[in-house]
Design a protein around this ligand. Sequence first.
Ligand code: IVH
Length: 663
Amino acid sequence: MDKSRVATLHQLLNQYNYEYHVLDNPSVPDAEYDQLLHELIAIEEAHPELKTDDSPTVRVGGTPLSRFEKVNHDTPMLSLSNAFSEADLRAFDERIVKDVGQVEYMVELKIDGLAVSLKYEKGKFVQGLTRGDGTTGENITENLKTIHAIPLSIDSPLTFEVRGEAYMPRKSFIKLNEQKEKLGETLAANPRNAAAGSLRQLDSKITAKRNLSVFLYSVNDLKELNAQSQSEALDKLDELGFVTNHERALCKNIDEVLQYIEKWTKLRNDLAYDIDGIVIKVNDLHKQQELGFTAKSPRWAIAYKFPAEEVVTTLLDIELSVGRTGVVTPTAVLEPVKVAGTTVSRASLHNEDLINEKDIRIGDSVVVKKAGDIIPEVVRVVMDRRKPDAVVFKYPEICPSCGHHLVRIEDEVAQRCINPKCDAKLVEGVNHFVSRTAMNIDGLGEKIVESLFNEDLIQDVADIYGLTKEMLLPMERMGEKKATKLLEAIENSKQNSLERLLFGLGIRHLGAKACQILAENYMTMDRLKTVTVDELVTINDIGHKMATSLVTYMENEDIIRLIDKLKDYGVNMSYTGTLKTEIEGHPAFEGKTIVLTGKLSVLSRQEATKQLTNLGAKVTSSVTKKTDLVIAGEDAGSKLVKAESLNIEIWSENDMVKALEDL
Ligand code: IVH
């Protein structure tokens, strides 16, 4: 009885799933699907022997993995060469015509997600891989099974490999970020990063909740499908129950291709998913074969990449914030506007020089784009829309927080507040002190730190150790449980090894790595207080700038008092070596060749390099086709552009920090 019921449930659930996710035309309400699914889950729980690999229940996710297995692709997963202009496309067409004569082109949307390979054996989905480096990918079968648009089995005993793009629909992306915001987590920068993060989850139950989807666009062994052209192959995939993208079109010549591109350049924002270009493929498969491949890409196809989207919005204000080191950074406050799929309301203006060079004034209409589709930036002012009464922005001469005069240190573009008692600097200093790479005090978020300052409960980092439950409880959103946990975290941090404390103090030019070296070499704070520049520079990796900075810092009377205060509270002042842990590989980084570019603000470049290397990555300086991942901080330039053109995965600094924190 159960057995035949199981077969019926499989059949019904697969049918309803297909109607909903492939045909976009459900015949039953969601509740009915859920009810049948729960019935099947219950049967499988009672009779585990009835659970099969292609049961619809695998869609909810299974047992978490400890790592992703590496698997070689049967044939390499290549990428496409890029075109950025009409001229590039005409040159491509001329070459094709010269080699094989006039052709028809199949044009498809270039979905902005991640390439995946799906293997079917005798009609059953058996293995799903990421692209990886093109030769070797990661086995993400369990995660891919949670994507409803991927059939777990098809009505044909085919053994073949289908390739396509897994992506996160914009709706799912918005939902995910809303949830992340509620939980106080770092938001995903764009749907592609979110999709990448979701597919990299070792726990497929998490992937299942992310509502990913897929469009299939190629088949490895076309003989299996008996197709003569790309358009026939896609139609056959449709017939087999796969999702292909239906915005595709057959173009008779390159002029029609250009019209298609023009159309989608205008319409791309109306789609339910992100696209980053148009793929142009020679339709006839025999001609494709004649044209062949280069080492990296097929000669019969090219990807036209959209230029970075630029939109016009109003500059409402220029906000100035003071960082830990006193640097005053201007931020553009913008009338919220959608750029490249996400809403942008702020963009860094970097420094005074940039504002002057671009003559940016409050109230101006400004052109905004996202560099590398990640970091919002003000490109220029729309001068003919400038209001006659717009006044030149006058950069403040005094600190927006404490009123102390600002100084511009030689060779630097930044303006700095040099008042050691500046509130904004102190708040940022505490934020840095409690951060994960420093004293790692969980529960002391930026909002709480700010309130502690506002309530005069702390004036410096040492005061954190004087906090009591009585002081914390009256604060907003602070319950008994939260306060207890926070005090525990504060207490535990007293045992940290010296390098964390040193780093937490935020001594200029001393990153986490330098602090580690200093702690290892000098063992105690007392010795560091008396060390000389000459002595310090003899240590490998400690330069003159760092040495002078440390010695000057330790000579400062206020600092000596601060360190004594920390000591009196029982904060450990010596190197315990406990933090020199070598962490084992991380699936996102292990074996990957990574390039760091742009300004990193959370971790220093050295520290990021160290952490990534510890996790099995190779960090290199130039972007090549061998690069797996580019991590782009603020102001990233040519390397980011190159990575984009090579279609290399790009993460923001936040993505990296998040991945490291997930450890
Ligand atoms: S065809 C030899 N068609 O764009 C590679 N690719 O470098 C053939 N992409 O990572 C790819 N939409 O995953 C093709 N309709 C489409 C595509 C598409 C997105 C991705 C692909 C690859 C990159 C091209």
